[in-house]
Design a protein around this ligand. Sequence first.
Ligand code: CO
Length: 205
Amino acid sequence: MSQTLDHLFDRNVTWANEKTRLDPDYFRRMAEQQTPDYLWIGCSDSRVTAIDLLSLDPVACFVHRNIANIVHTSDLNILSVLEFAIDTLRVRHVIVCGHYGCGGVYRAIAVQRGAMLDHWLQPLTMLYRKHRAHFDRIPRPEDRLDRLCEINIEMQVRRLAATPLVENAWRRGQELYLHGWIYGIHDGLLRDLGPHLSSVEERDQ
Ligand code: CO
């Protein structure tokens, strides 16, 4: 038996009509060439939506999402997004934005292992094991996980900075800033964690 999800199409029509009512030019603007200033690299978690929480027009932000916002340097998907964003769209800012309460980060240190997802989360698991003494000094388990969410973001910004794509952009003098942010699902607010990197020299300090 087919299931066509008509109620979602109904919601879509209502949404499109409302957009046009509030802003008659909205879809004409959307149909023009995308000229984003930002590339957002975030978690797949559906509660963490770049456009909504930044209150941005969708044309302003190019988006890549995966579980736990990890920058795998052998991931064809993220490398293609990065190349297109830097070389073609010429974004000025790349934002890695994780979030507190990230299920992917929790999973990375869970006892249960062996799924494809655990391979994906491997860098995070390794990071946790390497800094185990640091985490063990944090008394509350939830604070430990929050700390891992934060350190994960810093690691991913540094991994971005190490990619030949970013390095080449910097070496040819292209303006490109990397940022590490975290989002609180509990209060809807962003926090700037850093690092802020905008050159090979800053990266290698
Ligand atoms: Co998450």
